[in-house]
Design a protein around this ligand. Structure first.
Ligand code: DGL
Length: 302
């Protein structure tokens, strides 16, 4: 697949050029970068913004190429490295790869490329589910890429299997597009998800691990259904653990932003999308409210 080059964008900042990698000067005032194929990483941003409200955040959404989950590993790696290049070039002091699919195939390469900036990846929160499960049966809901990737399968082999836990992998290709479309309730995806909950319960599954950062946005829908159907199922995601990890890494490096005293409100999220249309704007506003500034990253043909 031919990847588009990124050019100078509407922020007036130069964007990535793969061959030139200057070392940005980092300080506590530098932004935290987040990356996802689309709006899913905003679920991680919400945890970060709650835990670290004085930080500045810069979010790269590759809305031109979403969803990543059905792409092959080399495509996911190339697209993800392009996003990481962009965030690095824009002076991020830490980068959160807020996408399980991207982390599965590009985390190692990104860390090797930028050893001077901490890069935090996402892996489904299976370990706490294994520890807490009574039935020792749990389901990981994720994209095909994440379910096949080595990050999750290492946790299965190192944690679940030795505990005698059985992990069911569940994949629905329509879940990410459903979230990107704003989760209309009359969509067949919602009906399928509702039915799937009773199947999980019937199979003795007591923990659902949301292994895609898009999925916490339908966590309330799941909780309502679980309560309505009186099911013994709990739902877990990685957002809170990621926020704690970011806080730890920044404080270890002396890069944690602190209250500026006179600053009463937190800075709005700077959201950059590789494709920005009315739908993207509406979904971002619906998920985050008005505390966000949306920009388009211009694209050039390769
Ligand atoms: N939010 C991404 C993840 O965590 C979605 C993947 C996709 O674009 O398919 O895996």
């Amino acid at each position: 697949m031919a990847l588009p080059n990124l050019e100078r964008n509407d922020t007036g900042l130069d964007s990535v050029c793969a061959d030139i990698v200057p070392t940005p000067r980092l300080s506590m005032h530098s932004p935290i970068g987040l990356f996802d194929s689309g709006v899913g990483g905003l679920s991680v941003y919400q945890h970060l913004a709650n835990a670290l409200p004085y930080e500045r955040y810069m979010y790269y959404a590759d809305t031109l190429h979403v969803p990543y989950g059905n792409r092959d590993s080399s495509e996911i790696e190339a697209l993800t490295l392009r996003a990481v290049d962009w965030l690095y070039q824009h002076g991020c002091k830490l980068i959160v790869m807020a996408c399980n699919s991207a982390s599965a195939y590009a985390l190692t390469a990104a860390r090797m490329r930028y050893p001077d900036v901490p890069i935090v990846g996402l892996v489904p929160a299976l370990k706490p589910a294994v520890l807490a499960s009574q039935t020792k049966r749990m389901a990981v809901l994720a994209t095909k890429a994440t379910l096949n990737g080595s990050l999750l399968n290492t946790v299965i082999n190192d944690v679940a299997v030795p505990s005698g836990a059985e992990v069911v992998k569940y994949f629905d290709p329509d879940l990410v597009p459903w979230v990107e479309a704003g989760m209309p309730e009359d969509d067949p995806t919602a009906v399928r998800l509702r039915n799937q909950l009773s199947i999980f319960a019937r199979d003795g599954i007591d923990y659902l691990v949301l292994g895609c950062t898009h999925y916490p946005f339908f966590s309330a829908f799941l909780q309502e259904e679980i309560a309505a159907q009186r099911l013994n199922i709990r739902v877990l995601d990685s957002g809170q653990a990621i926020a704690a990890r970011v806080q730890h890494l920044l404080s270890m490096r002396g890069l944690l932003a602190v209250s500026a005293g006179s600053v009463l409100s937190k800075p709005p999220l700077q959201f950059y999308a590789s494709k920005c249309d009315t739908r993207v704007l509406q979904v971002v506003k619906r998920l985050l409210g008005d505390d966000v500034l949306v920009h388009t990253i211009s694209q050039l043909k390769a």
